[in-house]
Write a protein that binds this ligand. Structure first.
Ligand SMILES: [Mg+2]
Length: 403
């Protein structure tokens, strides 16, 4: 349902045709949904995907969540709070289902930003849709098609920018559908809990609450001095976000092949170096098949980290020669991570970006023999992982991914 009350009263104003053309798509309990598509008899039950022995819950059905299971939670604890939990091992080809989901998005618009395995942005601006109703109809059609063809439930947020669309998509999960009409961004955000703003983790939320800031609207009752003390010197940017202002474009990176990137926002800030390192290596594994599929090679890897207070740092390094294999980039991960993660504080977000994109076909002479073997292995892995069967070939450092 579009939220009529969020619509600004624009009647009588000579308005340029501003339309809510930015869509945030967020699959609901993605890993569980992929498993349920394969094993539909578990639908409606308290189901989670995760490791059994000393494992963690990677994804939980909404029925399991209602029972107190969340991600990431140790599996042992999940069974304590929810003794009749059905724990499924990782089986589905999550990457392949994700690609199919985004391929369906690209039937609607070529401007699709695949943000993570189960989340992305669409820009419908250049699609020639003439009204908010037409946009809503097209996005509802996409939501239905993803369900009909893949049995993956997704939530959609529609707005004039990425920030508001993202908050909207997460507001009515699962199978959410929230439209914020142009001009209604600030009034849509005002009554929401302060924790709904991206980057406000549990700690920040508690800190803000102790200063009387529970809702987003409460920010606007505070003096500048107090905001600066609470939020640091970036407080004006934070306030702009709270008003629903955002001008980041939808970046269709694999289309123009200027760079390839992936990022992950943690649901809880993470301080464990090895966990971050594994996550970064997992991103290399996720990006490299696309780079090979596009027939490209990349030379430079950049790791960016963001702390709970929105500040961020990054570090990058180039290989002597561009590559299209995972292995040459693995050793850069701990090096770049140590450099970028300079403050002794937990991380909110990490991203890996490959740039220096070149056309493929060139050989790394020095390591040609080994590289050829690796390339053959990579081709086999790519093929198996994209086949939509129950096989999922993984690199040794990959632990169960998290939702
Ligand atoms: Mg999701």
């Amino acid at each position: 349902m579009p939220f009529a009350s969020f619509a600004a009263n624009l009647s009588g104003l000579p308005m340029p045709p501003v339309l809510p053309t930015i869509v945030h798509l967020d699959a609901d309990a993605f890993f569980v949904s992929v498993e349920l598509a394969l094993q539909p008899h578990y639908r409606g039950k308290k189901v989670a995907v995760g490791g059994r022995e000393r494992g963690i819950i990677a994804s939980a059905s909404y029925e399991a969540r209602a029972c107190g299971v969340y991600t990431p939670m140790p599996t042992s604890r999940a069974f304590k709070v929810c003794p009749d939990l059905i724990l499924l091992p990782h089986k589905g080809s999550y990457g392949a289902v994700s690609r199919k989901m985004f391929d369906l998005c690209e039937t609607l618009t070529p401007y699709v930003q695949r943000n993570s395995i189960d989340e992305g942005y669409l820009d419908l601006g250049p699609c020639g849709l003439k009204s908010a109703d037409e946009i809503e109809g097209a996005v509802r059609g996409l939501q239905k098609r993803i369900w009909d063809e893949l049995q993956i439930p997704v939530s959609m947020g529609i707005a004039t920018n990425k920030l508001v669309a993202q908050i909207a998509s997460k507001l009515r999960k699962p199978r959410g559908f929230v439209v914020v009409l142009p001009g209604a961004e600030a009034s849509f955000l005002e009554p929401l809990a302060i924790g709904k703003l991206p980057g406000v983790g549990d700690k920040t939320e508690t800190a803000l609450q102790t200063h009387g800031i529970w809702k987003i609207r409460d920010l606007f009752t505070k003096a500048e001095r107090e905001l600066e003390a609470l939020l640091g010197r970036d407080w004006p940017a934070f306030l702009a976000m709270a008003r629903g202002e955002d001008d980041r474009p939808v970046e269709t990176e694999h289309e123009d092949a200027k760079s390839y990137s992936q990022q992950e926002t943690f649901s809880k800030d993470v301080a464990d170096f090895s966990e971050i390192e594994r996550t970064a290596k997992g991103m290399i594994d996720a990006l490299m098949p696309t780079i090979r599929r596009d027939g490209k090679r990349v030379r430079t890897m950049t790791i960016k980290v963001r702390y709970g207070d929105f500040t961020q740092e990054s570090a990058g390094k180039s290989l002597p020669e561009a590559a299209d294999l995972e292995q040459p980039f693995y050793p850069l991960v701990p090096v770049l991570l140590k450099k970028a993660w300079s403050r002794q504080r937990p991380l909110r977000l990490i991203s890996v970006r490959f740039s220096g994109v070149e056309d493929g076909a060139r050989q790394l002479d020095l390591f040609a023999a080994t590289d050829e073997k690796r390339r053959k292995l990579a081709a086999v892995m790519d093929q198996m992982n994209s086949r939509g069967n129950n096989l999922r070939v993984r690199h040794g450092h990959q632990l169960p991914p998290r939702d």
